[in-house]
Design a protein around this ligand. Structure first.
Ligand code: B12
Length: 211
């Protein structure tokens, strides 16, 4: 669809205003929000990722594209949540210490909320102790960690260890994810679940809390 290509193209150029405008236009045309997200915004971000990897573009361009992505996703947010009013449980989520990538985290949070979870967004660069203390103070059912750098993945193991040491491991489930994370890594560090994308993350979370 032409409008979705336009969204992808404007996102790659980092044109935040245009991205938001075209997302609104796509919604007005009756295109489902999930389709706009996947075939417009995320399709654009995939191309940005490939160009970044190939050294065709650099951090500043990726950053403006990321801002446009987040602005578009914010607009779609209420339309992605199909008005499910159940209270499925409480989750604290953040991107682990040393890691500033937050696009995936923000998408996963949107999907969690869409499934009726209350989510505490801890932001980026989150220390293991912060995940643990929040889970204790807020009585969370799930701790969710995101990492996009291979160098920050080990922090997820520290979160699992920290939960054991704090004596809350039997009360809280730990979910992990992010582009470099795998099911093998999840098994290796003893986390409860890994999924590859935001939609399956929310479904898995429901499963974990037995909803
Ligand atoms: C955007 C981006 C940036 C932006 C981040 C902006 C922002 N606000 O997030 C900026 C420009 C700041 C950036 C900086 C850097 N980046 Co960067 N970045 C990317 C890029 C292009 C896209 C990431 C992204 O947002 N993808 C889209 C989202 C939707 O996908 P996602 O995060 O994977 O999330 C999905 C799933 O993984 C899953 N998920 C995510 N989290 C969770 C959590 C749970 C619990 C679950 C269940 C699921 C789940 O659901 C999400 C939705 O489906 C990737 C390339 C790539 N292809 O991944 C590189 C990439 C991650 N960056 C990379 C690098 C090297 C860096 C820098 C070190 C560059 C530098 N020289 O400074 C810095 C690091 C800064 C830091 N300390 O974090 C490398 C990492 C390499 C590695 N092996 O570790 C990559 C892979 C690029 C590359 N090929 O070289 N980056």
């Amino acid at each position: 669809m032409a409008i979705l290509d336009d969204i992808s193209e404007q996102l790659q150029k980092g044109k935040k205003k245009k991205v938001v405008e075209f997302c609104q236009q796509a919604l007005d045309e009756g295109i489902p929000a999930g389709e706009i997200l996947n075939n417009g915004l995320l399709a654009g971000m995939d191309i940005v990722g490939a160009k970044f990897k190939a050294n065709e573009i650099f951090v500043p361009q990726v950053l403006v594209a990321a801002r446009a992505m987040n602005a578009g996703a914010e607009l779609l947010k209420p339309h992605l949540q199909a008005g499910e009013a159940i209270n499925a449980g409480k989750i604290c989520m953040g991107t682990v210490k040393g890691d500033l990538h937050d696009i995936g985290k923000n998408l996963v949070i949107m999907m969690f909320e869409g499934k009726g979870f209350e989510v505490i967004d801890l932001g980026v660069d989150v220390a293991p102790e912060t995940f643990i203390q929040t889970a204790i103070d807020e009585n969370c059912d799930i701790i969710a960690c995101s990492a996009l750098l291979t160098t920050t993945m080990p922090i997820m193991a520290d979160v699992v260890k920290g939960a054991e040491e704090a004596g809350i491991r039997d009360k809280v489930k730990i979910m992990i994810g992010g582009a470099p994370v795998t099911q093998d890594f999840c098994d290796q560090i003893g986390a409860d679940a890994f999924t590859q994308d935001a939609t399956s993350a929310a479904e898995k979370a429901l499963e974990l809390v037995g909803a």
